[in-house]
Design a protein around this ligand. Structure first.
Ligand SMILES: [Cu+2]
Length: 364
């Protein structure tokens, strides 16, 4: 296990080598403080904006805590940004500055930091943000590229994958200032937006095959790493636990609404699929400077990236939104539900004849 001192030393050395000016003068721009909300919800934001660039202020507090990850009550020593797996989606516009206060409360046991895939330099900010329990740090980076991007903890060496698969990942959405478009100049707007963060979990078992419970992340580390090294997750979940987005937690929409689904996977590939629906516009690689693909059945999220899909629901009902590795969806947990209200369109689908017994065999 990489010791705290070793992790601090390696990252501090990297910071010295990489940082040219850690305390540059602040840009003369208005500041806006954003209250983050837990996924699948997303804080209020403009899609297109007529305002000029701002310094957008966010606060992320690292919470190490024991959580329940399935209906059997299996527990897991999670490490999180703001208490949720994934951490919150942060929305800004191209040209804005992202001003992040990262807090590591004294009650935590590990050093943590943050690597923004959307930021440029110093390991995505990881080299400038490594903090011990009882410390905080402020990082500012400029949003120069549009799209949805993963962020995650990256404290060095084997701590990196462990912190990521313990829950320390989330996403940033950098919108073009004039909003989204279809690649042919036609604007696209969503009526609702949801953030689905997919997470592979590796929970150790005892000699009898039962999942083990631990009292701290450090206590869980050695056994967890052994499971991780085999690359077979025990759970693949959306938003932190099996069932976090199904049944009474289903995502809501109405027929005729354009729904934007941001889907991140910080560690492993995934194949989102909306059963009974489609991706009208899909930024599969998640970057809005590329035209979206249209009319997709399934899309691919590369591990370490986020993608975005927009769909206008045309029929009411319960839709399953899954990863189309159906073993992971049905057996390991990677399923969500959309509950869509509205009027059924018989022209798109109708049951011509209800199920009935087969005709009697011809006895002639
Ligand atoms: Cu961490």
């Amino acid at each position: 296990m990489l010791t705290r001192r070793a992790a601090m030393f390696s990252a501090a050395a990297a910071a010295l080598l990489l940082a040219t000016s850690s305390f540059a003068a602040e840009p003369n721009l208005p500041r806006q403080k954003v209250e983050l909300v837990a996924p699948p919800f997303v804080h209020p934001h403009e899609q297109a904006t007529k305002q000029g660039p701002k310094i957008m202020e966010f606060r992320l507090v690292v919470e190490e805590k024991k959580v329940v990850i399935d209906e059997k009550g299996t527990t897991f020593q999670a490490m999180t940004f703001n208490g949720s797996m994934p951490g919150p989606l942060m929305v800004v516009h191209e040209g804005d500055y992202v001003d992040v206060t990262l807090v590591n409360p004294a009650t935590n046991s590990m050093p943590h930091n943050i690597d923004f895939h959307s930021a440029t330099g110093a390991l995505g900010g990881a080299a400038l943000t490594l903090i011990n329990p009882g410390e905080q740090v402020v990082l500012r980076w400029k949003a120069t590229r549009t799209g949805v991007f993963v962020y995650h903890c990256a404290p060095g060496g084997p701590m990196i994958p462990w912190h990521v698969v313990s829950g320390m990942n989330g996403a940033v959405m950098v919108l073009p200032r004039d909003g989204l478009n279809d690649g042919h100049g036609h604007p696209l707007k969503y009526d609702r937006i949801y953030y689905v963060g997919e997470q592979d979990l590796y929970v150790p078992r005892d000699e009898k095959g039962n999942f083990k419970s631990y009292d701290s992340p450090g206590e869980a580390y050695t056994d967890t790493e052994e499971v991780m090294r085999k690359l077979i997750p025990t759970h693949v979940v959306f938003n932190g636990k099996v069932g976090a987005l199904t049944g009474k937690n289903a995502l809501k929409a109405n027929v005729g609404e354009n729904v934007m689904i941001v889907h991140s996977q910080a560690n492993r590939d995934s194949r989102p699929h909306l059963i009974g629906g489609h991706g009208d516009y899909v930024w599969e690689t998640g970057k809005f400077s590329n035209a979206p693909e249209t009319g997709l059945e399934t899309w691919f999220i590369r591990g370490g990236s986020a993608g975005a899909a927009m769909y206008k629901f045309l029929q009411p009902g319960i839709y399953a939104y899954v990863t189309h590795n159906l073993i992971e969806a049905a057996d390991l947990g990677a399923s969500a539900h959309f509950k869509v209200e509205g009027k059924w369109n018989d022209d798109l689908m109708t049951q011509v004849k209800a199920p009935a017994d087969l005709p009697a065999p011809n006895t002639n």
